[in-house]
Design a protein around this ligand. Sequence first.
Ligand code: C5P
Length: 224
Amino acid sequence: FQHKILSGKRVLITAGPTFEAIDPVRGITNLSSGKMGYALARAAREAGAEVTLVSGPTALPTPYGVRRIDVLSAAQMHDAVMAAVPGQHVFVAVAAVADWRVANASDQKLKKQDDGGAPQLEFVQNPDILATVAGTVSLSGWPYCVGFAAESENLVEYGAAKRERKGIPLLVGNIGHHTFGQDTNSIVLFDEHGHTVLPHADKLTLARQLVSEIGKRLEQRSLL
Ligand code: C5P
């Protein structure tokens, strides 16, 4: 029997972009590829976890042994996560969730106007899925919540502040903002002790390191 660091743990992960409809055939999305979240799902499964992946639209195959729930919008991602969260030991929010959705989305395809006029879109803020889950953490401390941050400047300062604001024990910062769609990444881990830089590597290598960091922290907790 080989000991795996997440054996017997249930891990919920969000990944990819969201798609916010403008009308039945158009919408607003972002350039997240889902690669980091999918790599993390694969690494968590390899580490013995039972993994549920709530995914926005991506072109990626489902990692072996992972339960995948497909969603489009941030609201759907929120609902799928809240339905899946009871009983989870770890929640990792990797998805690049749209901050806003279109408040006046049309049920019918918008028509081009003869007078050259353009539709006026109105926006409303989406729920913060990570902060919502972090707010439901019970006295038992489950689920252990991990967030991601893509800051374009002052990562160290903003990363530490974002960890506090979201009320989570661990935040992963992407160094630089050119990570979307790339196969490699550089990350910094922020926890209650400060921050640690993991050297530039491919996303699967980083995902495996991150899983081992999460596993170590869960073991430390169970000793408390
Ligand atoms: O506040 P910001 O969007 O920079 O935070 C990023 C982190 O929060 C990521 O872990 C992301 O998955 C999560 N998030 C979320 N729901 C939102 C916005 C961000 O879960 N509506």
